[in-house]
Design a protein around this ligand. Structure first.
Ligand code: SF4
Length: 455
């Protein structure tokens, strides 16, 4: 029986530890002779208490094994550097070579680790020790979100004292009521998170992976884009002209290749009440193509860049810039509110979701992040949609489902964090609100324009 009353949306996470061992992040080593000297000295100081002598100075238990610092338990090291600060003449801690080899030119080892741990625990990564990385960079790293006091940041949303909605609508919103043709069919579909699971990269989809993705989408209440023509509740199938006839009932939502001539008109005539989403690569002329599709009656567009987040223009732009272009073009034409924009490609970390929405997307599709969360192996570059360097490993579908649910849960929590910090109560309001962002490149230009650099 369906529960009555109000239910707050929450994705429940459960531990789903790594099925395959992951490399140590840090390589801890000690100069053995000096260590022996130090231990001898401390043995007298701590009155030969073995457990005290062998475990110091690491509170994380790296030296807590049988042989203490002579055989450190490297996987426990969090890189706090306390041992190096206390004993710089004995201890060495550096990123391990295996860790440095993770990922590709886009997926940094830090990103891979973040996704693995989010999928394993469902918890927001807490780095401690402060942020040690850069404050600007390429793509999404060059966009900062505005969390200044003036926007009334609050923790109420995070602690549940007030509700922040992360629901978005997919479909075409009517701009007026047509009394001649009153139709009660909903023209939009609501999903509780602005994240769907995009088509899996070529070569990463085994049967077990496919089951895991299906079940995760169903559990979360979102959609999973698939080219397989499967008609389950969570699926958002991509159809071509040949597959149209296979549908016995009118589907509620479909994606189609918007570059295929005449396909939209055929779909509109065959499936009058279906939400139709045109799939398009982001290029120089995407804005005008989307504008034309809107006028021809499409309900939404799914714009995609390559898996590293670069569009398919002759001079590739980052997906954030390409999205902004299309969004602003539709705003200028006064039609932006009519359709939904789904964006995918290079959206691989939790913070990329609000940033893509700020740039004009209603919601995002995640792609390579899914196989990474399922511990697929990197066999080269992942940029190319036809030849992605990720290879799946054998998984248990139940384990895979939980990993993906955990990932969605922790991304949802981080989205709440960011909306809360911006004083926003609804993710729909964030769409295209570039006033809530600062661009690293623009700030640099404003601050340093006209100042000569010394070589
Ligand atoms: S860096 Fe920190 S966690 Fe790692 S071994 Fe040293 S004290 Fe322990």
């Amino acid at each position: 029986m369906q529960e009555t009353g109000y239910r707050r949306f929450k994705i429940e996470s459960k531990p789903a530890p790594h099925a395959y061992p992951i490399p140590n992040k840090f390589d801890v080593s000690a100069r053995k002779v000096r260590l022996a000297g130090m231990l001898l000295h401390e043995a007298f100081e701590y009155k030969f208490k073995k457990e005290v002598v062998l475990s110091r100075p690491c509170i994380y238990g790296v030296f807590g094994g049988r042989f203490g610092g002579f055989k450190p338990i490297k996987q426990k090291c969090v890189g706090c550097m306390r041992c190096v600060q206390e004993y710089p003449h004995i201890m060495r801690v550096k990123p391990s070579d295996e860790y440095k080899r993770l990922g590709d030119s886009f997926w940094t080892p830090e990103m891979v680790y973040t996704i693995w741990n989010e999928a394993a625990t469902g918890k927001i990564p807490v780095k401690g020790m402060g942020y040690k990385g850069a404050f600007g960079g390429e793509g999404f790293d060059g966009i900062w979100t505005d969390m200044s006091e003036i926007v009334r940041p609050t923790r109420d949303g995070v602690y549940g004292r007030e509700y922040i909605s992360t629901s978005v609508d997919i479909g075409r919103k009517p701009v007026h009521v047509n009394f001649e043709k009153l139709d009660h069919t909903p023209t939009t579909l609501e999903v509780p998170v602005p994240i769907i699971l995009d088509e899996l990269p070529a070569g990463t989809e085994s049967d077990d992976v496919s089951i895991a993705v299906d079940r995760a989408a169903e559990q979360v209440g979102t959609l999973r884009v698939t080219g397989k023509g499967d008609h389950s509740q969570a699926n958002l199938p991509i159809v071509d002209e040949k597959q149209i006839g296979e549908y016995k009932q009118t589907p509620r939502i479909l994606e189609f290749d918007a570059q295929e001539q005449g396909l939209l008109d055929k779909l509109l005539s065959d499936f009058g009440s279906t939400i139709l989403i045109g799939r398009l690569p982001l290029k120089e002329d995407t804005s005008s193509m989307v504008s034309e599709l809107v006028h021809r009656g499409v309900h939404g567009v799914h714009l995609y860049a390559d898996y590293h987040g670069w569009d398919y223009s002759k001079e590739p732009r980052h997906i954030s810039a390409a999205l902004k272009d299309t969004h602003q073009q539709l705003v200028r034409e006064g039609v932006r509110d009519q359709i939904t924009i789904i964006a995918s490609g290079g959206i691989t970390l939790a913070e990329h979701v609000p940033k893509a929405i700020i740039c004009g997307a209603d919601l995002v599709g995640i792609d390579t992040t899914v196989p990474v969360a399922l511990q697929s192996e990197f066999h080269g570059e992942t940029q190319n949609r036809e030849n992605c360097g990720l290879k799946p490993r054998k998984i248990d579908p139940a384990w895979g489902t939980q990993r993906l649910v955990n990932l969605m849960s922790v991304w949802h929590d981080q989205l709440i964090e960011i909306l809360s910090a911006m004083g926003m109560r609804d993710v729909r309001r964030l769409r295209g609100d570039i006033g809530r962002s600062m661009m690293d490149s623009e700030l640099r230009e404003q601050s340093f324009k006209g100042i000569a650099w010394a070589a």
